[in-house]
Write a protein of this length. Structure first.
Length: 345
């Protein structure tokens, strides 16, 4: 445990805002980004562009870039070689890589990362990279940190109103959070250009965020003021739109995990793919995906890239693989220790 304690101290400093939330390339052309979704029951549905070509296999080298919604904090098992990133062996890149039969998968996703951090993550790219997935943007301008931190705090003083939305709306009625979400497009576009130059033959897929806020109603797992739920959901939809536009400009593909995750938001109880405000040791950090959410994202990405549905057998194999403790990963006891530290912050 001594090693874990030392690593966790660095983790807490590096991810200060985390709990608050933090084969060859097929050219599609700007303005025609193929989009795949995952259905409400976890089954994948066809991409919007039925004529889109699919990923050429075998995939020799797959590089995954992104933030905590890619890394999968506290989903067993956490990579012990870079503990501060809380990167799970059962996150969607790991599941996707196994389904695609990738020869070498390089996952450099890191909890707390912004689009600016893609600059150091993309050092893992090579000219021989066949596939790149990118999932980032929610930590830019403190978007998720504000929704899960400030908005939850303000709710206690005005449960029936919309105190967070009101506090972030200027006198001229300009919504500062929507502006922040729109600004992510420019930031991600710049990073995607860099990714394309470093991995010129790679298929690039930008992965959007699954639904966090319910379509209607409220819940204790996500304790916002009544009037802030719909607004927070609008912020998330605007963010996903920015990611999709950036993908379009770069000629990359976009994986829409939002539409198909209806009924699996943080208020969905046992059906939730995203955790609520309470960290669940060895399952998920607060406001982050569960293992089932990761498998759903992997399924949507897999179908978009290959045109093939994920079979029940593939799903079972993914669940079994997730239960195997990889060499060098933290023990469950170590993960519980990390969870306790976050819970005490």
């Amino acid at each position: 445990m001594t090693v874990a304690v030392v690593a966790v101290v660095g983790l807490l400093l590096a991810a200060a805002g985390l709990v608050a939330v933090s084969a060859s390339r097929t050219s599609t052309g700007a303005g025609s980004t193929p989009t795949g979704t995952v259905g409400p029951d976890g089954a994948t549905v066809a991409p919007d562009d039925a004529q889109a070509q699919t990923l050429t296999r075998p995939v020799r080298r797959y590089v995954a870039l992104g933030d905590s919604f890619t890394a999968g904090p506290l989903i067993p098992f956490v990579d012990g070689s870079r503990t501060r990133c809380l990167r799970s062996s059962a996150n969607y890149p790991s599941v996707l890589g196994s389904w695609l039969g990738v020869r070498r998968m390089v996952d450099v996703s890191c909890s707390g990362a912004t689009t600016a951090d893609l600059r150091w993550q993309r050092q893992a790219l090579t000219e021989g990279t066949d596939l790149v997935t990118v999932g980032a943007g929610g930590n830019d301008f403190g978007i998720f940190a504000t929704l899960a931190g400030r908005c939850v705090a303000l709710a206690s003083g005005d449960r029936a109103g919309a105190p967070c939305r009101d506090s972030l709306t200027r006198l001229d009625e300009t919504d500062r959070m929507l502006l922040r979400a729109r600004r992510v497009e420019h930031r991600l576009s710049a990073q995607l250009r860099g990714i394309s130059s470093l991995a010129p033959d790679a298929q690039i897929a930008v992965v959007g965020y699954p639904r966090i806020f319910p379509a209607a109603g409220t819940c204790s797992a996500l304790p916002l003021a009544d009037g802030d739920y719909g607004w927070a959901d609008r912020v998330q939809r605007t963010l996903n739109s920015s990611l999709k536009r950036a993908a379009t400009q770069a000629g990359a593909w976009f994986v829409d995990t939002y539409r198909g995750s209806q009924g699996h938001d943080a208020c969905a109880g046992d059906d939730a793919w995203v955790n609520g405000r309470t960290t669940v040791p060895t399952q998920a950090l607060a406001f982050h995906p569960y293992a089932e959410g990761m498998r759903a994202t992997a399924a949507a990405t897999h179908h978009l890239l290959t045109g093939e549905r994920v079979s029940p057998r593939m799903r079972r194999l993914a669940e079994r693989r997730a239960a195997v403790h990889p060499k060098g990963a933290l023990t469950l006891r170590g993960q519980r220790f990390i969870a306790a530290l976050f819970a005490g912050r």
